[in-house]
Write a protein that binds this ligand. Structure first.
Ligand code: ADP
Length: 483
């Protein structure tokens, strides 16, 4: 039990480690594919922007630039007149909003990118967003509206880097500036792609912003790109788990069989010891002077020795037979015999022999059939079933034997009123050495071989044996043999 648990624990741990390793690998692959995708779109975007400027010699922000300059001229005149701090901040906020809305509404880079992506045969649907990083209104004085990052003093962060982090870290507003409203439309976790950083300047303003795009179904795209690796990894995992389960099951089966064998050896030893002990005692008895004087006692003891020797011999023959059956193919010596007569002979011998305590009823319907069977094995088979019917009963045994033919098959049904067999045991009783737990209590002696033989003999004849039983009620064994 302890060993079994250790194996199970080791196996499960190994699989858990494997799953963990696979998760790490898959995460790596997903990350790599994500980055590849990111890089690919970044390159494509750069190509698109370059081609736009090369081909049309326009800037996508030309319209924006004019609108913003007109607006800035107006606010540049207003700003120096505002004295109230609160009022000034409100105005700045309004300016920032206007810039943001205008930039996002009037740019046409996103349309151009989308068309370019389509032409390149890649995903064209994305969300775009411009975020202002630096904005100053130039009047008699310079009015900082927002200053979240010192783009010119410090090197700009690597494209594709965690820009939300950077902007947050550097969001401390400069004196007189205000913080930018946080962009709400993006999924968290930096899945958006920075396409470009741009500065725009005119008479009345200086502006610096970042243009982002975000693929709404990017995760799906990444998953698609990784699907082969994912499938392979899942497949290999399934195989490993299946192999483990198969090996474990086999191991348990081996253990069970070895347990059955040990039981068998114990039972066998017990079976052998009983006649041997009787013979030893009988021998000792014969040594006694008093007994030797009494002819009747000598004869009785000699008979007892003879009987026990025969029993011992039978047991030894059985062991020899088992090992022979295991080593050689089952050879049948088939001869045509009248089945009904054979059945009558078996039952009659049984009635006066081991079954003398039982009530036996028979009902045959063989219509004088002669079938080719191995007589010796057939007798062994029916005898084993009859012996069990008597052996496994706690009250007076009543055994009903029925025989008939149907579908070119011989049916022999042996029904008893014995202790019955539970459903879980029924699955195993035909296995070699198998004994039910009640069978192991030495009240019912046995080696767990009787039904194993029955099954072997029936299948060697091309037939089968089945059981139906209810614990406490009795059992019905049915042998079928084709003819
Ligand atoms: P053995 O009788 O030597 O134990 P068998 O192979 O003949 O071995 O039977 C296997 C087990 O099936 C027995 O241990 C017993 O528990 C159960 N069994 C067999 N026949 C009967 C029966 N007629 N009624 C109840 N239990 C039975």
């Amino acid at each position: 039990m302890k060993k079994r648990n250790t194996i199970l624990l080791l196996g499960i741990s190994a699989i858990a480690i494997l799953v963990l390793a696979q998760i790490i690998i898959i995460r790596g692959i997903l990350k790599q594919n994500h980055e590849m995708l990111y890089l690919r779109y970044r390159l494509l975007s750069q190509e698109a922007i370059a081609s736009l400027r090369r081909q049309y010699r326009v800037d996508v922000y030309d319209t924006v630039r004019f609108i913003l300059n007109d607006y800035s001229e107006k606010v540049a005149a207003e700003l120096p007149l505002i004295k109230d701090e609160e009022e000034l901040n409100r105005k700045k906020s309004e300016i920032l909003d206007y810039f943001t809305v205008t930039l996002n509404q009037e740019e046409y880079l996103s349309d151009y990118l989308s068309a370019y992506f389509e032409r390149m045969g890649v995903e064209k649907d994305f969300i775009s967003r411009i975020e202002i990083r630096n904005l100053e209104i130039i009047s008699t004085d310079t009015f900082p509206i927002i200053r979240t990052f010192n783009f010119f003093g410090k090197p700009p962060p690597e494209p594709g880097g965690p820009d939300p982090g950077i902007s947050r870290r550097n969001r401390a507003p400069a004196e007189g500036g205000i913080t930018a409203a946080s962009p709400g439309i993006y999924p968290a976790g930096g899945t958006r792609l920075l396409v470009e950083r741009r500065g725009l300047e005119d008479n009345y303003y200086s502006l610096f912003f970042e243009f982002f795009i975000d693929f709404s179904d990017k995760q799906k795209m990444v998953l698609q790109a990784s699907s082969a690796s994912l499938a392979m990894s899942l497949f290999s995992l399934i195989i490993v788990v299946a192999i483990f389960m198969f090996t474990y099951k086999n191991l348990m089966e081996e253990k069970r069989l070895s347990g059955l064998k040990t039981d068998f050896i114990n039972n066998m030893t017990h079976e052998l010891k009983t006649p041997l002990a009787t013979i030893t005692v009988a021998g000792k008895t014969l040594e006694m002077e008093r007994i030797r004087q009494d002819d009747a006692k000598v004869l009785e003891t000699a008979k007892l020795i003879g009987k026990q020797s025969i029993h011992l011999n039978q047991l030894i023959n059985m062991i020899l037979e088992i090992s022979m059956w295991e080593r050689t193919e089952f050879q049948l010596d088939r001869k045509k015999v009248p089945i009904e007569e054979v059945m009558n002979d078996i039952v009659n011998s049984f009635r006066i022999g081991p079954g003398n305590s039982a009530t036996l009823t028979t009902k045959y319907n063989f219509n004088g059939l002669e079938a080719g069977i191995d007589l010796v094995y057939f007798i062994t088979m029916i005898n084993n079933l009859l012996s069990n019917a008597v052996k496994y009963s706690v009250k007076d045994p009543v055994i009903n034997i029925e025989g008939y033919t149907a579908d070119r098959k011989i049916f022999v049904r042996i029904a008893d009123n014995g202790i019955g067999i539970s459903k879980s045991d029924q699955k195993h009783i035909f296995e070699k050495f198998y004994r039910t737990s009640s069978g192991n209590i030495h009240k019912f002696k046995g080696l767990g071989l009787g039904l194993y033989y029955v099954k072997k003999i029936a299948t060697a004849h091309g037939g089968d044996v089945t059981v139906s039983s209810k614990p406490g009620k009795g059992s019905i064994f049915t042998v079928t043999i084709p003819y």
